[in-house]
Design a protein around this ligand. Structure first.
Ligand code: ADP
Ligand code: MG
Length: 597
């Protein structure tokens, strides 16, 4: 048999290697901006068009490069930042592998113009380099302002497989905004501007005082303002600073968690858990608090070389770091400020104009229910809901209705006709509203608000919300764009009354529930449910008779769902024999009888 194994040609090797570093448009933006930061820039301009497919241009006022360096910069494993492996331990630059430019030029058309500063001259001698799919097509001497501009067009033009798997331009735009947001958070002393399809999306200036806090407030709106907690903690070579949002803003995903370790934007599950642990019971299961934190450690105690795009890091003593983080967050929440649940409710009340009763008694949530005060509805209610197919209501205590199954028996609800059911009306209302939201049978009636609800969010979130406005409109939720980082909810169906709408909208958009067309229906519903449950407000007012009967009618119309969106049971069922047994055992259905069998 002849020879079958041959070395790949260098262009193919470069294209394969490029996939590791530049997999999506946002990773190209990240690499270019990191280069600008490494070059000491104090101003960085990022321009993108069509989610980065058509254009990505990053311009900086950094140190620039001379002609020889411009040509060398696009070679694989060519870097000015690392000479030998030991340098990694003391590294302060973001880049070090010398792979980014080589990867970018391998899969796109690039024009790179760079000029080194020349005294106070506004225009300096510059080099312009043109590269197509890894091949240099032109090198010119020209004049330019000091700094570097890298323009990337036709990204992935020669990698059809990658083009095919790109997300939608709006999703890529959101990812790019998130990337720039993260980098702007990492470098609060640098001015950043992001233009998306010609429109300014981010414009943050250099702040002379408290740069980090000012930057956080400029980038992230409402959750990081008044009710948020500042973190300042320094001990034994460990420095943690930043802001943690009140737990009532917690999300169903970790998308609102920004962590910068030694100037690098990274994800770290151990730190995410440590922050969550610090909240104790004040942040619910399944929710993730929002934070924007800078962690600074001895570079020798972290390994930044564990992820192709350096998005993850490893700590040499993870447990120690985890404990310090938990301690510092805990101090910020409970220590100096004295965290009290009121802060949560006051901020809910200030961010919503729904259901005025939420702001009236911020403590009522923490008090046990007073059963005596719960209204017991007259039996006559049963008449109003005794239409065929609708269960008969025998009475309501608090939020619970005692009902008889519909007669004749509804095939959608096969329970024995002589049984009795206890139905949680509030949970039933949620289940019905949620079903309606997942697959609207008939359009819901929009009620315009007297005072619109303001949604403030980060730029990446704004990009996702904008692209989903038509979807929400179909659900009867009217959203209008107000500025690059804020929206107005002008109306919504009254069925959404028990939702923190602004939170729900941000959460649903984060989850890509709507924008991912090929998402399987059950997965889509599962994610919608998570967002829905995370945004449910507690309904405090007791259910009145009119609401009870309309909930029963709707419950029947939606084929008697058995579970609430959070998976809890809506009703329990008693047959005559189970009731007799219950009575015989002393009438305590939850605690088992201790008097023996
Ligand atoms: P790395 O950042 O890992 O060194 P890159 O491929 O990103 O590798 O860049 C290669 C080299 O090109 C860098 O080490 C740096 O010297 C130079 N370079 C890249 N971008 C810029 C820029 N915006 N300004 C100045 N020099 C740059
Ligand atoms: Mg680099």
């Amino acid at each position: 048999m002849g020879r079958r194994i041959f070395p790949l040609d260098s262009l193919t090797i470069d294209k394969i290697a490029a996939g590791e570093v530049i997999d999506v448009p946002s990773s190209c933006v990240k690499e270019l901006v990191e280069n600008s930061l490494d070059a000491g820039a104090t101003e960085i301009l990022v321009e993108v068009a069509l989610g980065g497919r058509e254009l990505i241009r990053v311009t900086d006022n950094g140190c620039g490069m001379g002609r020889e360096d411009v040509i060398a910069s696009i070679d694989r494993h060519s870097t000015s930042k690392l000479r030998q492996i030991d340098d990694l331990e003391r590294l302060s630059s973001r880049g070090f592998r010398g792979e980014a430019l080589a990867s970018i030029v391998a899969v796109s058309h690039v024009t790179l113009i760079s000029a080194e500063r020349n005294g106070e001259e506004p225009l300096c001698p510059a080099t312009a380099l043109e590269v197509e799919g890894g091949k240099v097509t032109n090198v010119l001497d020209t004049k330019a302002r000091p700094g570097t501009s890298v323009q990337v067009s036709s990204l992935f033009f020669n990698v059809p497989a990658r083009r095919k798997f790109l997300k939608s331009p709006s999703k890529d735009t959101a990812d790019i905004s998130k990337t720039v947001t993260c980098l702007a958070l990492a470098a609060p002393n640098v001015a950043f501007r992001l233009f998306v399809d010609g429109l300014c999306a981010i414009d943050v200036k250099e702040e002379p005082t408290t740069p980090l806090l000012s930057r956080i407030r400029a980038l992230f709106k409402a959750p990081f303002q008044n009710s948020a907690f500042e973190v300042h903690y320094s001990r034994e070579g460990f420095l943690l600073t930043g802001v943690i949002a009140d737990p009532c803003h917690a999300r169903s995903t970790r998308s609102g968690q920004y962590l910068i370790v030694n100037g690098r934007c990274v994800h770290s599950l151990p730190i995410s858990y440590a922050v969550k642990n610090a909240f104790g019971t004040t942040c619910e299961e399944g929710k993730h608090p929002l934070f924007a934190l800078h962690l600074n450690l001895d570079p020798a105690s972290i390994d930044v070389n564990v992820h192709p795009q350096k998005k993850e890091i490893r700590f040499s003593d993870e447990e120690w770091v985890r404990q310090r983080v938990q301690e510092s967050v805990s101090e910020a929440l409970f220590g100096k400020k004295g965290f009290a649940p009121t802060s949560c409710f006051s901020s809910i009340a200030s961010t919503t104009s729904f259901g005025g009763d939420f702001s009236e008694d911020p403590f009522s949530e923490w008090r046990p229910e007073v059963c005596e005060e719960a209204p017991v509805l007259p039996l006559s209610l049963s008449n109003s809901s005794s239409a065929v197919g609708v269960p008969v209501c025998l009475g309501v205590v608090g939020d619970v209705a005692l009902i008889k199954p519909p007669t004749p028996c509804d095939p959608a609800f096969p329970v024995p006709h002589d049984s009795l059911l206890l139905l949680d009306l509030k949970q039933a209302m949620r289940a019905v509203t949620f079903q309606q939201f997942q697959s609207p049978n008939e359009p819901l009636l929009t009620e315009l608000f007297l005072v619109p609800v303001i949604v403030e969010c980060s730029v990446p979130e704004a990009a996702l919300i904008s692209s989903n406005i038509p979807y929400f409109e179909k659900q009867g939720v009217l959203i209008r764009s107000l500025s690059a980082q804020s929206f107005l909810i002008e109306g919504a169906p009254k069925q959404f009354l028990d939702l923190d709408l602004s939170k729900f909208i941000i959460d649903v958009c984060q989850e890509e529930v709507l924008s991912t067309q090929d998402l399987a229906a059950d997965l889509r519903n599962k994610r919608l449910a998570t967002a829905y449950v995370a945004s449910m407000k507690s309904m405090k007012s007791p259910i009145d008779s009119a609401t009870a009967s309309s909930v029963l009618t709707l419950w029947a119309k939606h084929n008697f769902p058995a579970f609430a969106p959070d998976g809890s049971h809506l009703y329990s069922q008693f047959t005559p024999s189970s009731l007799k047994e219950w009575i015989a055992k002393g009438g305590a259905p939850i605690v088992k009888s201790k008097r023996g069998n």
